[in-house]
Design a protein around this ligand. Structure first.
Ligand code: TIU
Length: 236
């Protein structure tokens, strides 16, 4: 018998073995969350995304207190843009594209102030930070190796934006056998309708990509002792 934990979720309880769970925080970078960054350069109002910071800060504190490993990602590119496909480079406002000077340094370029994670969610020295050139966190990164090394099978997925980097990452993770719980108030979109539909898509069809629950349900589980459970959870 293994000790398992269960979180009330849609479309049904999300069960996991506590030692195999990690918190994945996608792209909570200044370039997406602060005025003057990449998100705004694409024509977006960054205000909606900022609602994610406080609930995610509380969830991050609970995960750290429970000993749940935390992995952060950052979307961005090398200063010479050699890892940025031309198709990505030419999109958006022609006067403010990836690599151009923005209010917080060159937009979405590694090492620049705007590329880094917002102060409220700053990684601790022992937490993994994955730099990714794409929308998905598995593409051209060491994330799969990190998860395997840590024995991780279940992911609490948070960050921005719901329908772009969160969705792409959840789909990638699902195809690789990871069980993903998307935390509804800890993911954000520039578009309210995409937020709603993005979350519905995850849990539809019996959980086609994963599960959805709010941070209150997740924090409650993280602070409750696991139960001995006779029915095994299918391994990755
Ligand atoms: N534009 C948009 O919604 N998102 C991105 O470009 N990247 C992430 O979602 N991180």
């Amino acid at each position: 018998m293994t000790a398992t934990q269960s979180i009330p979720a849609r479309p049904g309880p999300f069960r996991y073995e506590p030692g195999t769970l990690a918190l994945l925080i996608i792209d909570m970078q200044r370039d997406f969350l602060l005025p003057g960054g990449f998100g705004e350069s694409l024509g977006n109002d960054v205000g909606l995304l900022r609602t994610v910071i406080e609930p995610l800060r509380a969830l991050l504190a609970a995960a750290r207190a429970a000993g749940v490993p935390v992995l952060h990602t950052r979307e961005g590119h090398r200063p010479d843009l050699s890892d940025c496909p031309p198709s990505k480079l030419v999109r958006g406002n022609p006067s403010q594209r990836i690599g151009d000077p923005g209010r917080f340094g060159r937009i979405l370029i590694r090492g620049e102030y705007g590329h880094d994670i917002v102060d409220e969610l700053a990684p601790l020295p022992d937490e993994v930070v994955i730099d990714k050139p794409g929308k998905g966190a598995f593409y051209a990164t060491g994330l799969a190796d990190e998860l395997q090394r840590g024995g991780i099978r279940s992911l609490l997925v948070t960050g921005v934006t719901t329908e772009v980097c969160v969705h792409t990452t959840v789909r990638e993770a699902n195809d690789r056998g990871y069980e993903c719980l998307v935390v509804s108030d800890c993911v954000g979109s520039y578009f309210p309708e995409f937020q709603r539909v993005g979350l519905e898509m995850i849990a539809a069809q019996g959980g086609i990509f994963g599960w959805v629950a709010d941070s209150a349900a997740v924090v409650a589980a993280l602070t409750t002792p696991a139960q001995l459970d006779p029915s095994p959870i299918r391994p990755v």
